[in-house]
Design a protein around this ligand. Structure first.
Ligand code: 5GP
Length: 200
């Protein structure tokens, strides 16, 4: 898929609570590359302040499954076993890559592993985490957005996800957002040196 364009696909994943969304937001603002965030679809309800089309496309179960059957997703997964579906919209990725953008997918480990198996994508893969499970639990709890049941499910998933870290090309510890953003931006720029025909 990346053969006929100068765009690149970037997969950023890591356990829930690792601060991925904050890092991605800063990366988009501060990193001097043609980065574009792919907006996923989900069946979970919007959190306070989340906007349809900006944070996610919030779909009903029926809408999601219809799109799934129509081949609208590059990958999709039921995340956390709580019945919520998340999926990478094929259009978001193909449109961005064709325009020469560096398309960022902020997705869970299962989704990332599924896409790593697709040879046509050649993604740059990064795993971001806060340094350990204790810190992760602290961050999840202080966020205050999830029920106890959801926190426990996310911690259990996180434990399994940490074991897949070695499948990624780059590991980034998010101790400070500024440092993590700088590190990721530099990793991506180094990749650009290797693929000099990209849009600037
Ligand atoms: P949240 O509900 O906190 O926004 O996201 C929950 C998890 O779902 C996060 O780990 C996030 O990276 C993941 N996620 C978001 N969008 C997608 C997607 O399109 N596909 C997959 N596989 N995971 C996603």
């Amino acid at each position: 898929m990346s053969d006929d364009s100068s765009g690149r696909l970037i997969i950023l994943s890591g356990p829930s609570g690792a601060g991925k969304s904050t890092v991605v937001r800063h990366l988009l603002e501060e990193c001097d590359l043609p980065l574009k965030l792919s907006v996923s679809a989900t069946t979970r309800s919007p959190r306070q302040g989340e906007k349809h089309g900006q944070h996610y496309f919030f779909l009903s179960d029926e809408e999601f499954q219809r799109l799934r059957e129509a081949g609208g997703f590059l990958e999709c997964k039921e995340v956390f076993g709580l019945g919520y579906w998340y999926g990478t919209l094929r259009d978001q990725v193909t449109t961005g890559l064709k325009a020469g953008d560096w398309v960022i997918l902020e997705i869970d480990v299962q989704g990332a592993l599924a896409l790593m198996g697709d040879n046509s994508l050649s993604p740059i893969t990064l795993f971001i985490h806060p340094g350990g499970m204790t810190e992760l639990e602290h961050r999840l709890r202080s966020r205050g957005t999830e029920t106890e049941e959801a926190i426990r499910a996310r911690l259990e998933t996180a434990q399994n996800e940490m074991q897949q870290m070695h499948r990624y090309q780059f590991e980034v510890i998010n101790g400070s957002v500024g440092l993590a953003v700088g590190e990721i931006c530099q990793i991506l720029k180094d990749q650009k040196e290797k693929h000099p025909c990209s849009k600037s």
